[in-house]
Design a protein around this ligand. Structure first.
Ligand code: ACK
Length: 419
């Protein structure tokens, strides 16, 4: 999905910039400056806020401590880690540049290797480097991707700006929802992703004295680690939220078409409620497996929000919009509940959208209900019956029952781990 900001950030495999995007980049008179301002705003305010009051000073010491934890890499180290940015090491191309897989020596245990992902910022992505180092370097949460360090060096080929992250083994949610993967994300996994992402956003919006608006929440910016924990990544467009007494921040309109809140797109007034809208869109992507705008579908199905409208609140029709890849295994009741949360997030009036901690609570309830139902299938009575049946059916069916039990166990432990 195309981003529409002065950087002309491009998502992979996306169609041409729409007229709307062109309109925004040309109608914003000082987009470059605005965005630069937003980056320096965030940085300078961190410092000035923090030097004027005691809470601020506390924040500053905490923030600066974390920034100091970041490793500053030499370009040669990263060349070595990624085999000279070899194509074989390339994970893909994001909006701000190419991402490579690499290996470095762990700073904790010098005998151990640490897998990393190195984002080599393209010329258009340079501005995002500063924002990302300032934001991601200052925050710490299990549902935000960890920034290991960065490189800001100039060599014979010009300015080199790189970001080094923890390696996320299972790629992005965008990739996992795409038809490219043979094993689709189960409903349980989708709920877990919704929950993890809600935790990450709640932390950014409400977990610190300084509010951070993510501004580019979408499946390609949600990554999955080896345990399938979801973490938000790509903070190049993040911005500090309005300070006390202010209702919004005025910015150049940046983000990704299909995910940005309508009022933000129309006015440039940014609040945390813009992220809530994007979160609602992503919930519908998890439910339907479809993208917010898909020109390869029949005209009446291209716009996700338009297409789902007649089905979302009708229990008899809801199954029409469920991702066909999980239809049989997904609880329609649970999916409908999640759609209910999405509808709240997608309220046209930003003030009527819930705040992120409320969204988190609702998603947590749906997740817990699902967990309870899964565990109920393993009551002693059910197990007893299974044993009797197993004996009757012989060895082959015995194996199948075992598999079912293991699946239930896997489901339960995955869910428990998330709490
Ligand atoms: O969708 P993917 O598999 O996940 O392909 C894209 C690609 O790089 C361009 O953004 C992948 N990617 C980005 N950051 C990381 C990371 N920290 N660990 C692993 N893969 C990453 C992303």
């Amino acid at each position: 999905m195309k981003c529409f900001h002065f950087l002309n950030r491009e998502g992979k495999q996306e169609p041409q910039v729409s007229k709307m995007a062109m309109h925004f980049s040309s109608s914003t008179t000082s987009t470059d400056q605005d965005t630069k301002k937003s980056v320096s705003d965030l940085t300078s305010r961190n410092v000035s806020d923090m030097s004027t009051d005691s809470i601020g000073r506390f924040k500053f010491s905490r923030f600066s401590q974390r920034l100091n934890d970041l490793k500053i890499f030499k370009i040669e180290e990263l060349k070595f880690a990624t085999r000279n940015f070899s194509r074989s090491q390339m994970l893909g191309e994001g909006g701000f540049g190419c991402v490579y897989r690499g290996t470095i020596k762990s700073s904790v245990d010098l005998h151990a290797n640490l897998e990393i992902a190195v984002k080599k910022l393209s010329r258009v992505g340079l501005q995002g480097h500063k924002t990302e180092v300032n934001v991601l370097g200052a925050v710490e949460h299990p549902n935000l991707v960890k920034l290991v360090g960065y490189c800001a060096e100039d060599d014979e080929r010009g300015i080199q700006r790189l970001l080094v992250y923890e390696y996320m083994q299972n790629g992005s949610v965008e990739y996992r929802l795409s038809p490219k993967v043979s094993v689709p994300l189960s409903w349980a996994m989708r709920l877990k992703i919704a929950l993890d992402a809600a935790r990450g956003l709640t932390y950014l919006h409400e977990g610190m004295e300084l509010q951070i608006i993510f501004r580019d929440f979408k499946p390609s910016n949600i990554l999955l680690d080896e345990h399938w924990n979801a973490k938000l990544s790509d903070f190049g467009l993040a911005r500090q939220g309005p300070t006390e007494g202010l209702t919004h921040v005025s910015t150049a309109v940046v983000g990704t078409i299909g995910y940005a809140a309508p009022e933000y797109v129309q006015t440039g007034r940014l609040t945390a409620k813009s992220d809530i809208w994007s979160y609602g869109i992503v919930l519908y992507e998890l439910i339907t497996g479809r993208r917010p705008m898909d020109r390869n579908r029949p005209k009446c199905e291209q716009n996700l929000l338009e297409w789902i409208k007649p089905y979302t609140t009708d229990a008899k029709k809801f199954h029409f919009i469920l991702d066909p890849r999980i239809k049989g295994s997904c609880s329609v009741k649970s999916a409908m509940k999640l759609a209910g949360v999405a509808n709240k997030c997608l309220n046209k009036h930003p003030k009527l959208r819930p705040k992120m901690s409320e969204v988190l609570q609702m998603v947590q309830c749906i997740f817990d209900d699902e967990k309870t139902e899964a565990l109920q299938t393993l009551t002693p009575a059910t197990e007893e019956k299974t044993v009797v049946r197993r004996k009757k059916r012989g060895a082959e069916s015995k194996m199948r029952a075992g598999e079912v039990k293991m699946l239930c166990r896997g489901w339960a432990s995955k869910l428990v781990r998330a709490n």
